[in-house]
Write a protein that binds this ligand. Sequence first.
Ligand code: ADP
Ligand code: MG
Length: 208
Amino acid sequence: MIDAARLKAMVGHIADTIEREKDRLCALDGVIGDADHGIAMSLGFGAARDAVEGLDETADPTMVLNTAAKSFLNAVGASSGPLYATALMRGAASIKGKAELATEDVVAMLQAMAKGIQDRGKAELGEKTMIDAWLPAASAAGEAISQGLARALSAASEAAHAGAEATKNMVASKGRAERLGERSLGHMDPGAASAAMVIEAMRKSLTD
Ligand code: ADP
Ligand code: MG
């Protein structure tokens, strides 16, 4: 059963995962950005975890994600702040009024998060951003939805990892890395790398 408690645990699991990978994300950002992506993501999800842990048992799934969104935004000054805050807010809106989430709800939530990031940042596929992990993940989850939650989220996680890997062959045309142009080739986008971690953490906490 996926309820508010499970979503709180999901936020906590994302925070733990990002905390573990913080240095690697900063190193990736050091190559094509300003070396703060791991710090930004761990501050954001750390604040989100603390805030959702403080909610009482009357909080519903929408409240959990909206609380995470607000605290993420307040904690992060980098561009990932508004992008993930929008993702979490859209995810919250997509499950409004539901106390428990079915497979379709979880997939709709993931897709709303991806669309939120795209609406907010206006990046298209192939521009070497987190969108290159989020959009394929959202599509893959939708395609596998009839096979159940575990398969849908595995497909999403695999697609996110493949998408992050594929950013190595892309030239950045959005965000801070844009100024590097061709020199961004050969390096994985940090936001796509962290997106794959976030989506895998969601899979693990919602299906294991
Ligand atoms: P900043 O660039 O402000 O230091 P971060 O280091 O936290 O922010 O995040 C950088 C990541 O944000 C990039 O690797 C990229 O994936 C993502 N990003 C930047 N601009 C956009 C955008 N317009 N749309 C989607 N993702 C973006
Ligand atoms: Mg940065």
